[in-house]
Structure formats: structure tokens, C-alpha cells
Design a binder for this molecule. Sequence first.
Ligand code: UDP
Ligand code: MG
Length: 165
Amino acid sequence: MIQQTLVLIKPDGLQKSLTGNILTRLSETRLDIVAAKVVRVSRELAEKHYCHLKDKPFFEDLIRYICGEFHKRKVMAMVYYGENAIEKVRKLAGATNPEEAEAVSIRGAYGRITTTGVYENVIHCSNNEKEAEREIKLWFNPEEIIVDIYPTKVVKREIEQRVWA
Ligand code: UDP
Ligand code: MG
């Protein structure tokens, strides 16, 4: 089954200079990278991304973590595309809790649990197709992705836009 999945290198991954390592590990999957950008994550984007966890005791720290308050204020966002993309990336990433993740997985190798209990696990990847669609549409506009993965429509809008001076 051809799928797409959202992958984020979280602020701790960028701070620890793991971008190259993580991209190399992801290339083991032979999936196609079809979108990529560096993002300064707003609180609004963070809260939408993790909306399913808003009742958890660690939610506030999680939002601060993904916004980069404990590290560099940036995240690298990517879409990977191909056969069983979701499962392949989840397997490579390892379990959510870095202490439980296989030692050779990305999270097992590079993640840690902070003293306040947040899992700094260096990478995000979508859980299932429904979540992947929600997350990809939240993080990317259609024209930022080089393949057509979800239906689009054209609308006319008068918007203020920053352009090169
Ligand atoms: N998280 C945490 N403590 C927990 C569960 C989750 O700090 O007990 C953080 C962790 O960074 C995780 C993120 O919240 O990656 C999102 O949680 P989710 O259950 O969606 O796990 P994931 O899909 O990232 O494996
Ligand atoms: Mg999740």
C-alpha cells in the first residue's frame, strides 16, 4: 500500500546535530522524500499537532519542547512517500519512550527522558493513515509537496504576502 507520512526532526534532534544521521537512517527505508522545510513552530501549530494529548499532564512541557524552548527554536518537517511508509518509519523510529525503544532505533540511540519526565525522542512520525493526512495538511501546503497525495482545489484569494524586496 502506497502511503505518506509526516516526519519531524524535533528541536533536540537539531540541537544535537543529528539531522544527517537521521536522514541517513531514513534512507534505509528506500522511501521517497517528497517535501522538506525548516519550521519555527508556533504555539498554535504545536497545540494543533498534539491536540489528542491536551489532557495529559505532560502537555504543557510537550508544547514547549516542540516549540524549541529547551533547544533551538526549529523543527525540520518532511513528508516520506512509498510502500508502507507509515510502518517503515515507525519501526526505524522505535517506541515513544526512548528507554523502551530498541537500542538500534533512532529514538533508542538518541532519545532521553528529561528530569521533568518529557520524552525527548528526537523524531516524530505519523501513527496511521488518518493521522498522517491530518498532520501533513497541517504542516504543508499542497504546492510544497512534489507529488499529488490528497485532492486539492483552486481558490482565488486576496492575501497579503511577503515577497523579496
Ligand atoms: N510524550 C511524553 N510522555 C509520554 C507520552 C508522550 O513526553 O508519556 C511525548 C513524546 O515526545 C511523544 C509525544 O509526546 O513523541 C507524542 O506522543 P504520542 O503518544 O503521539 O507518541 P508518538 O506518536 O510520538 O510515538
Ligand atoms: Mg503520535
